[in-house]
Design a binder for this molecule. Structure first.
Ligand SMILES: *[C@@H]1O[C@H](CO)[C@@H](O)[C@H](O)[C@H]1NC(C)=O
Ligand SMILES: *[C@@H]1O[C@H](CO)[C@@H](O)[C@H](O)[C@H]1NC(C)=O
Ligand SMILES: *[C@@H]1O[C@H](CO)[C@@H](O)[C@H](O)[C@H]1NC(C)=O
Ligand SMILES: *[C@@H]1O[C@H](CO)[C@@H](O)[C@H](O)[C@H]1NC(C)=O
Ligand SMILES: *[C@@H]1O[C@H](CO)[C@@H](O)[C@H](O)[C@H]1NC(C)=O
Ligand SMILES: *[C@@H]1O[C@H](CO)[C@@H](O)[C@H](O)[C@H]1NC(C)=O
Ligand SMILES: *[C@@H]1O[C@H](CO)[C@@H](O)[C@H](O)[C@H]1NC(C)=O
Ligand SMILES: *[C@@H]1O[C@H](CO)[C@@H](O)[C@H](O)[C@H]1NC(C)=O
Length: 737
């Protein structure tokens, strides 16, 4: 055979495979999937591919599954993760005894599917869910699959995949991180369900617990109020004698949501229109670290020190309470005496992540009072709680031994009752006696009737005190009133068609913006802050309060806010004409803007900025002034939006420094972009750029570097330099407005 014939034959061979192989979603017993031929299987709806790949910089070959139509190649499953093939000789096939095997260069088995059932006449098929299954050719019943990749997850949790246990077969499905982006072999972190009496999800580093979610309480995890049904995906926990697992489903077909265990953390992403955004991640902060504060330690982020003892306890270590000592935990102020039940009570801790459930006991049909009695009667029971918080609470869980890994979780409404000596009640009862004497004295003045009445009341009060020795302490979670209306998530979801993609107005660094219509017809803009940007709850509330105080006709008005579950949302007035950039950088629309209109817009922005800098109660630096952050109302009046990055200053402070430079390159003042030094002058710089853009209708694309003469600033460098040194320019400009 001469060379050209060979080339012709082999190229037609590849052409054949290129044309005919990519459509199949299955191979039968006589077919193979071969690395050298580049064959792949594509699920029927085109969503997933199974084939050979090399991750990152590695040259090793692996068989895996990835998303077909999202731009960043996202692997969701790897077959031979422990056993790479060093060249492209890998072949996937169903061997003659019906096993799914991956053969390497020596035709030895690099990986095989762990099929327990006797296979015969089988096919391998990649389902639309991304599940690779081995099944009988004419039997599509999932119960009868010989094997499925969903039972052996890698680092990715896909919709419909059960994470947890099949108690009948002892199969555990847990996520294991990749060792590195170049190496899919099992890394340190893993994530799965611990089968305690009261199951919970635990993230482990090696064999050590690193983070726990807290148990499922019917609505969510007590330690992770974020994991909850949302408009994007729903979520359920199933626990019966056969199975214990968690599962989620994507609700909107256009939005892909997956969870991945990274080398350092668990992350949930959503993909919308080919763009990825981080929804949330765990651990969220230092206080999520398992047992950081030791037994009876209470981890409170934002307080110094983070680790404190819960009420009624003091640090065990007599040394200064420093991070090295935290793990030693806390001891009781007053020793518990177990025998004398009169001297024991329970203190209610409102809104807490439940303690480690390793030594717990559950009965789903007991009520809270039965639970208390059960706990009271066993000296090693240290706490009790409802096991399910739906419909006002039901079920009973009790803890034996010291309590570990608790922290306040504001969004979670689960209470835990912790055993305490009654010394606090004793104080309470003494107070009670004083009250009794006073009441009796007063009552005698008002006569026998009153005495009787009061005695009745007293007895009932005292009964209450003695039977129910709880001290109610709302340690967490009073909701203070912000000066802005609160919108429920349901209202916002309805208004935005469940955050439909069709309602999307835009996307900022801080999340997606949707258009919504309230039931009364009012149009709103809904800014859904992405998880990555969500500051602490308190910071968010501060920001809401701040924005609410800013009232100016050239600033977008805040109508309300929503904090629910992991959602933090701001609701603004809707601006029908969109943002300024959609006019000035659009060849067809720029014609709408006459010179007087442009002048009006410039003056409006200047007024708004001046208000922020000089006239509002606080000195505010916007830090991200640009054309897309200037919105236009129906009369083309400009309004500055997006205070997400604004920095608040005390009245006399004019300059600050930050390590985290935020903003948009091209608009940023050099000293800010380079040194993180910002002041009102940085905003004035951005204003100058904006001014040039409005006048020229051209975008300032380049950087500010003097050697780049090409950008707008380069052209106008001298003017701009002058503008900055002669600050505040908005003021001067206003003289002409
Ligand atoms: C397997 O793939 C072929 C296309 O190559 C398709 O015609 C056939 O219907 C598929 N079999 C099943 C069981 O889906
Ligand atoms: C098919 O593969 C399985 C799993 O590796 C192996 O046990 C079995 O012997 C193989 N059958 C044949 C005929 O090679
Ligand atoms: C395959 O065979 C070659 C040569 O006999 C040997 O060097 C290599 O280690 C073998 N590889 C595997 C994975 O068994
Ligand atoms: C296959 O199953 C056996 C027994 O069920 C188990 O010990 C083994 O680890 C499994 N192998 C893989 C690769 O999952
Ligand atoms: C999600 O909601 C759909 C529709 O209500 C339902 O069919 C599905 O079972 C739910 N999935 C989960 C995991 O709760
Ligand atoms: C993995 O974790 C790190 C945080 O340590 C993060 O920066 C990174 O974006 C994460 N995600 C991916 C896909 O690597
Ligand atoms: C759970 O509590 C109910 C009601 O008190 C009781 O009837 C049942 O026996 C308990 N179950 C267990 C396993 O203790
Ligand atoms: C208290 O509970 C522990 C742990 O379940 C148990 O071992 C012990 O026997 C119980 N004591 C009493 C008095 O019921």
């Amino acid at each position: 055979m001469d060379i050209s014939a060979f080339v012709f034959l082999s190229s037609s061979f590849f052409l054949f495979y290129f044309l005919f192989s990519h459509a199949a979603d299955n191979i039968t017993q006589s077919q193979t999937l071969s690395d050298i031929e580049g064959t792949t299987l594509v699920s029927k709806d085109g969503g997933f591919v199974v084939g050979f790949f090399s991750p990152g910089d590695s040259t090793n070959r692996y068989l895996g599954i990835w998303y077909n139509n999202i731009p960043i190649k996202t692997f969701v499953w790897v077959a031979n993760r422990r056993n790479p093939i060093t060249d492209s000789s890998g072949v996937l096939m169903v061997n003659s005894s019906g096993s799914l095997v991956l053969l390497n260069q020596n035709s030895t088995v690099a990986w095989s599917a762990n099929s327990t059932k006797e296979a015969g006449n089988s096919i391998v098929q990649l389902l639309d869910s991304g599940n690779l299954v081995l099944r009988k050719e004419n039997d599509e019943n999932p119960e009868n699959y010989f094997w499925q990749s969903y039972d052996y997850p890698s680092d990715t949790w896909l919709p419909g995949m059960k994470l947890g246990w099949d108690l009948r077969t002892g199969l555990e499905r847990r996520l294991t991180a990749w060792k590195s982006p170049d190496d899919p072999s099992p890394g340190e972190l893993s994530w799965g369900i611990e089968l305690h009496n009261y199951p919970e999800i635990v993230m482990k580093k090696g064999s050590k617990v690193y983070f726990r979610t807290g148990p499922w309480n019917g609505l969510g995890f007590s330690g992770l109020p974020e994991i909850r049904a949302t408009p994007v995906y729903n979520f359920s926990f199933v626990s019966n004698k056969d199975e214990v697992y968690f599962i989620f489903d994507n609700i909107q077909h256009s939005v892909i949501s997956i969870a991945v265990l990274n080398q350092t953390r668990y992350e949930r992403y959503i993909w919308v229109n080919g763009k990825r955004s981080l929804y949330y991640h765990f651990p969220r902060d230092e206080c999520d670290t398992y047992n950081l504060c030791g037994v009876y330690g209470n981890c409170i982020i934002g307080e110094s020190p983070k680790c404190q003892c819960i009420q009624g306890f003091k640090p065990k270590s007599t040394e200064t309470w420093n991070p090295e000592e935290w793990s030693k935990g806390c001891v009781r102020n007053t020793q518990l005496s177990c025998q004398d039940k009169q001297k024991i009570g329970f203190v209610k801790f409102v809104g807490y992540k439940l303690p480690d459930t390793t030594y717990s006991w559950v009965n789903q049909s007991m009520n809270l009072e039965e639970c208390r009695v059960k706990c009271l009667n066993n000296c090693s029971c240290m706490a009790y709680s409802n096991s399910d918080i739906r419909d006002g609470g039901s079920g009973c869980v009790i803890w034996y031994g010291d309590l570990i890994d608790i922290r306040p979780t504001a969004a979670n409404r689960q209470d835990v009752y912790i055993r305490m000596p009654a010394s606090e009640q004793v104080k309470g009862k003494q107070k009670m006696k004083v009250i009794v004497i006073v009441v009796v004295a007063i009552a005698s003045v008002f006569g026998v009737l009153w005495i009787l009445y009061c005695l009745c009341k007293m007895t009932s009060l005292r009964d209450k005190m003695e039977n129910n020795v709880m001290i109610d302490q709302n340690i967490e979670g009073q909701s203070e009133d912000l000066e802005v209306p609160f919108f429920s998530l349901a209202t916002i979801a309805t208004a935005t068609n469940n955050f439909s993609i069709n309602n999307k107005l835009g996307e900022g660094g801080f999340g997606l913006v949707y258009k919504g219509t309230l039931t009364d017809g009012q149009e709103i803009a809904v800014k859904r802050l992405s998880q990555s940007s969500v500051q602490g709850l308190n910071e968010f509330k501060n920001e809401v309060t701040l924005i609410a105080k800013l009232q100016h006709r050239n600033l977008v008005r805040l109508l309300g806010y929503c904090i629910e579950g992991h959602e933090t949302i701001l609701i603004y007035e809707y601006m029908p004409n969109g943002s300024l950039d959609s006019f000035i950088f659009d060849q067809t629309r720029v014609g709408v803007l006459g010179w007087s209109m442009r002048f009006n817009i410039i003056c409006g922005i200047a007024r708004g900025l001046l208000y922020l800098h000089e006239d509002s109660r606080l000195r505010i630096i916007h830090r991200d002034l640009k054309a897309s952050n200037v919105l236009l109302d129906s009369n083309m009046n400009p309004k500055i939006s997006d205070f997400g990055m604004a920095k608040i200053f005390g009245g006399d402070q004019t300059e600050g420094n930050t390590k985290r430079v935020v903003g948009t390159y091209g608009y940023m003042a050099p000293e800010y972009a380079i040194d993180g030094l910002f002041s009102v002058k940085s905003d004035v710089f951005s204003f100058g750029i904006l001014l040039l853009e409005i006048l020229s209708g051209k975008k300032n694309r380049g950087s500010f570097h003097p050697s780049h003469g090409q950008n707008l600033v380069g052209n106008e460098k001298n003017h701009l330099h002058q503008a900055r040194t002669n600050h505040p320019q908005p003021m001067k400009l206003l003289l002409h407005c």
